[in-house]
Unconditional design. Sequence first.
Length: 245
Amino acid sequence: MIQRQITEITKHGAAAGEAGRPGRADWTIDQGWENYTPDEHAVWKTLFERQTKLLPGRACKEFVQGMRDLPIGADQIPDFRRLSDVLMKHTGWQVVAVPGLVPDEVFFGARGALVVVDPAAMERLEEFKLGSHPESFQLERDGPRIFVNLPDQESIGVIDQKTGAVTKWKIPGHANAHALALDEAGHRLFAASLQPGRLTVVDTQSGRVVVTLPCILGVDDLWFDQTRKADLRSRCRRHRCIPAG
Protein backbone atom coordinates (compact mmCIF):
# COMPACT_ATOMS: atom_id res chain seq x y z
CA MET A 1 0.00 0.00 0.00
CA ILE A 2 2.81 2.42 0.94
CA GLN A 3 4.76 1.55 -2.21
CA ARG A 4 1.71 2.21 -4.36
CA GLN A 5 1.21 5.62 -2.75
CA ILE A 6 4.87 6.53 -3.32
CA THR A 7 4.79 5.59 -6.98
CA GLU A 8 1.65 7.68 -7.48
CA ILE A 9 3.25 10.89 -6.17
CA THR A 10 3.34 13.49 -8.94
CA LYS A 11 6.85 14.61 -9.80
CA HIS A 12 7.64 18.11 -10.95
CA GLY A 13 10.54 19.90 -12.61
CA ALA A 14 13.78 18.00 -13.09
CA ALA A 15 12.45 15.11 -10.97
CA ALA A 16 9.93 14.40 -13.73
CA GLY A 17 12.60 14.04 -16.43
CA GLU A 18 11.95 15.47 -19.88
CA ALA A 19 8.23 15.66 -19.11
CA GLY A 20 8.96 18.28 -16.46
CA ARG A 21 11.13 20.51 -18.65
CA PRO A 22 9.46 23.89 -19.29
CA GLY A 23 9.69 25.76 -22.56
CA ARG A 24 12.19 28.37 -21.35
CA ALA A 25 15.89 27.54 -21.25
CA ASP A 26 16.27 29.07 -17.76
CA TRP A 27 13.45 26.84 -16.44
CA THR A 28 11.35 29.78 -15.27
CA ILE A 29 7.57 29.71 -15.67
CA ASP A 30 4.75 32.17 -15.12
CA GLN A 31 3.62 32.22 -11.51
CA GLY A 32 -0.04 32.22 -12.51
CA TRP A 33 -0.98 34.28 -9.47
CA GLU A 34 -4.54 34.75 -10.71
CA ASN A 35 -5.10 30.99 -10.49
CA TYR A 36 -4.53 30.65 -6.74
CA THR A 37 -7.65 29.52 -4.90
CA PRO A 38 -9.05 30.96 -1.65
CA ASP A 39 -7.93 27.78 0.11
CA GLU A 40 -4.35 28.29 -1.08
CA HIS A 41 -4.35 31.91 0.11
CA ALA A 42 -5.70 30.67 3.46
CA VAL A 43 -2.82 28.21 3.80
CA TRP A 44 -0.39 31.02 3.06
CA LYS A 45 -2.05 33.18 5.73
CA THR A 46 -1.64 30.44 8.34
CA LEU A 47 2.04 29.92 7.48
CA PHE A 48 2.83 33.63 7.25
CA GLU A 49 1.29 34.46 10.62
CA ARG A 50 2.95 31.46 12.28
CA GLN A 51 6.43 32.41 11.00
CA THR A 52 5.99 36.12 11.70
CA LYS A 53 5.41 35.37 15.39
CA LEU A 54 8.87 33.79 15.52
CA LEU A 55 10.71 36.92 14.35
CA PRO A 56 10.91 38.98 17.58
CA GLY A 57 14.21 38.28 19.29
CA ARG A 58 15.48 36.24 16.35
CA ALA A 59 15.55 38.49 13.28
CA CYS A 60 17.61 41.68 13.03
CA LYS A 61 15.82 44.99 12.67
CA GLU A 62 16.99 45.36 9.05
CA PHE A 63 15.29 42.09 8.12
CA VAL A 64 12.06 43.11 9.86
CA GLN A 65 12.11 46.49 8.14
CA GLY A 66 12.81 44.83 4.80
CA MET A 67 9.75 42.63 5.23
CA ARG A 68 7.65 45.70 5.94
CA ASP A 69 8.96 47.45 2.83
CA LEU A 70 8.11 44.53 0.53
CA PRO A 71 4.62 43.84 -0.84
CA ILE A 72 4.24 40.74 1.35
CA GLY A 73 1.31 40.30 3.71
CA ALA A 74 -0.76 37.61 5.36
CA ASP A 75 -3.90 38.09 3.32
CA GLN A 76 -2.66 36.65 0.03
CA ILE A 77 0.24 34.82 -1.61
CA PRO A 78 2.77 37.40 -2.87
CA ASP A 79 2.55 38.36 -6.52
CA PHE A 80 6.07 37.83 -7.86
CA ARG A 81 5.63 40.65 -10.37
CA ARG A 82 4.97 43.26 -7.68
CA LEU A 83 7.62 41.76 -5.42
CA SER A 84 10.23 41.82 -8.19
CA ASP A 85 9.46 45.44 -9.05
CA VAL A 86 10.52 46.48 -5.54
CA LEU A 87 13.48 44.09 -5.30
CA MET A 88 14.85 45.05 -8.72
CA LYS A 89 14.72 48.73 -7.86
CA HIS A 90 16.72 48.31 -4.65
CA THR A 91 18.91 45.26 -5.24
CA GLY A 92 18.90 44.32 -8.92
CA TRP A 93 17.38 40.93 -8.01
CA GLN A 94 13.99 39.44 -8.76
CA VAL A 95 11.82 36.48 -7.76
CA VAL A 96 10.86 33.91 -10.40
CA ALA A 97 8.71 30.80 -10.43
CA VAL A 98 10.01 27.37 -11.45
CA PRO A 99 8.11 24.10 -11.91
CA GLY A 100 9.94 22.30 -9.08
CA LEU A 101 13.51 21.08 -8.84
CA VAL A 102 15.77 22.49 -11.54
CA PRO A 103 19.01 20.92 -12.84
CA ASP A 104 22.19 21.82 -10.96
CA GLU A 105 23.72 23.50 -13.99
CA VAL A 106 20.72 25.82 -14.22
CA PHE A 107 20.42 26.53 -10.50
CA PHE A 108 24.10 27.15 -9.82
CA GLY A 109 24.98 28.52 -13.23
CA ALA A 110 22.31 31.18 -13.00
CA ARG A 111 24.77 33.42 -11.22
CA GLY A 112 28.20 31.81 -10.92
CA ALA A 113 29.44 34.83 -9.02
CA LEU A 114 30.06 36.33 -5.60
CA VAL A 115 27.97 39.42 -4.90
CA VAL A 116 28.68 42.13 -2.33
CA VAL A 117 25.47 43.57 -0.86
CA ASP A 118 24.89 46.54 1.44
CA PRO A 119 22.54 45.00 4.06
CA ALA A 120 21.33 48.36 5.32
CA ALA A 121 20.39 49.80 1.94
CA MET A 122 19.65 46.37 0.39
CA GLU A 123 21.70 47.39 -2.63
CA ARG A 124 24.13 45.32 -4.68
CA LEU A 125 27.55 46.96 -4.60
CA GLU A 126 29.78 44.63 -6.60
CA GLU A 127 29.70 41.33 -8.44
CA PHE A 128 32.70 39.10 -9.10
CA LYS A 129 32.21 36.61 -11.94
CA LEU A 130 33.57 33.16 -11.09
CA GLY A 131 32.41 30.90 -13.90
CA SER A 132 30.65 28.36 -11.67
CA HIS A 133 28.82 28.23 -8.37
CA PRO A 134 30.90 29.20 -5.33
CA GLU A 135 30.94 27.21 -2.12
CA SER A 136 32.53 28.40 1.15
CA PHE A 137 34.57 31.61 1.05
CA GLN A 138 36.91 33.42 3.43
CA LEU A 139 37.87 37.11 3.62
CA GLU A 140 41.19 38.55 4.68
CA ARG A 141 40.91 40.99 7.59
CA ASP A 142 44.13 42.82 6.78
CA GLY A 143 44.14 42.41 3.02
CA PRO A 144 41.85 42.82 0.00
CA ARG A 145 41.50 39.18 -0.98
CA ILE A 146 38.57 36.77 -0.83
CA PHE A 147 39.24 33.04 -1.20
CA VAL A 148 36.43 30.95 -2.70
CA ASN A 149 36.03 27.22 -3.16
CA LEU A 150 35.09 26.41 -6.79
CA PRO A 151 34.62 22.61 -6.80
CA ASP A 152 33.23 22.44 -10.36
CA GLN A 153 36.54 23.89 -11.59
CA GLU A 154 38.72 21.97 -9.10
CA SER A 155 40.05 25.35 -8.03
CA ILE A 156 40.20 27.97 -5.35
CA GLY A 157 39.25 31.39 -6.64
CA VAL A 158 41.14 34.43 -5.39
CA ILE A 159 39.31 37.76 -5.67
CA ASP A 160 41.13 41.06 -5.29
CA GLN A 161 38.49 43.47 -3.97
CA LYS A 162 40.58 46.50 -4.91
CA THR A 163 41.06 45.66 -8.59
CA GLY A 164 38.20 43.22 -9.16
CA ALA A 165 40.65 40.71 -10.63
CA VAL A 166 39.87 37.01 -10.17
CA THR A 167 42.62 34.40 -10.34
CA LYS A 168 42.24 30.66 -9.85
CA TRP A 169 44.53 28.16 -8.21
CA LYS A 170 44.05 24.79 -9.87
CA ILE A 171 44.02 21.92 -7.35
CA PRO A 172 43.55 18.45 -8.86
CA GLY A 173 40.95 16.42 -6.99
CA HIS A 174 39.31 19.52 -5.52
CA ALA A 175 35.96 18.58 -7.11
CA ASN A 176 34.00 18.02 -3.89
CA ALA A 177 35.73 20.43 -1.51
CA HIS A 178 33.16 22.69 0.11
CA ALA A 179 34.32 23.83 3.57
CA LEU A 180 37.10 26.41 3.82
CA ALA A 181 39.04 28.04 6.69
CA LEU A 182 41.77 30.68 6.73
CA ASP A 183 44.83 31.21 8.89
CA GLU A 184 45.67 34.69 7.63
CA ALA A 185 48.70 35.27 9.82
CA GLY A 186 50.18 31.89 8.93
CA HIS A 187 49.36 32.26 5.21
CA ARG A 188 47.41 28.99 5.08
CA LEU A 189 44.05 27.94 3.64
CA PHE A 190 42.39 24.71 4.80
CA ALA A 191 39.92 23.06 2.40
CA ALA A 192 37.98 19.92 3.33
CA SER A 193 36.66 17.42 0.77
CA LEU A 194 33.41 15.59 1.42
CA GLN A 195 34.36 12.16 0.11
CA PRO A 196 36.91 10.76 0.30
CA GLY A 197 37.67 12.69 3.47
CA ARG A 198 40.65 14.91 2.78
CA LEU A 199 42.13 18.11 4.18
CA THR A 200 44.13 20.20 1.72
CA VAL A 201 46.43 22.91 3.07
CA VAL A 202 47.31 25.70 0.61
CA ASP A 203 49.90 28.46 0.87
CA THR A 204 48.03 31.76 0.39
CA GLN A 205 51.14 33.53 -0.88
CA SER A 206 51.90 31.13 -3.73
CA GLY A 207 48.75 29.07 -4.23
CA ARG A 208 50.84 25.95 -3.79
CA VAL A 209 49.47 22.87 -2.01
CA VAL A 210 51.55 22.44 1.15
CA VAL A 211 50.16 19.09 2.26
CA THR A 212 47.15 16.83 1.84
CA LEU A 213 45.93 14.86 4.86
CA PRO A 214 43.16 12.31 5.46
CA CYS A 215 40.21 13.44 7.57
CA ILE A 216 36.66 12.38 8.44
CA LEU A 217 34.05 11.99 5.71
CA GLY A 218 31.33 14.54 5.02
CA VAL A 219 32.92 17.65 6.53
CA ASP A 220 30.33 20.42 6.18
CA ASP A 221 32.16 23.25 7.91
CA LEU A 222 35.64 24.21 8.98
CA TRP A 223 37.19 26.74 11.37
CA PHE A 224 40.71 27.76 12.32
CA ASP A 225 41.36 28.34 16.03
CA GLN A 226 43.86 31.20 16.22
CA THR A 227 44.58 30.52 19.88
CA ARG A 228 45.30 26.81 19.55
CA LYS A 229 46.67 27.12 16.02
CA ALA A 230 44.54 24.14 15.00
CA ASP A 231 41.71 23.51 12.60
CA LEU A 232 38.31 22.28 13.77
CA ARG A 233 36.05 20.25 11.55
CA SER A 234 32.40 19.32 11.93
CA ARG A 235 30.22 16.66 10.41
CA CYS A 236 26.46 16.44 10.80
CA ARG A 237 25.12 12.98 11.57
CA ARG A 238 21.56 12.47 12.71
CA HIS A 239 21.32 16.17 13.60
CA ARG A 240 24.35 16.06 15.90
CA CYS A 241 27.50 17.99 15.19
CA ILE A 242 30.66 15.95 15.67
CA PRO A 243 33.84 18.02 16.11
CA ALA A 244 37.20 16.61 15.13
CA GLY A 245 40.61 18.10 15.80
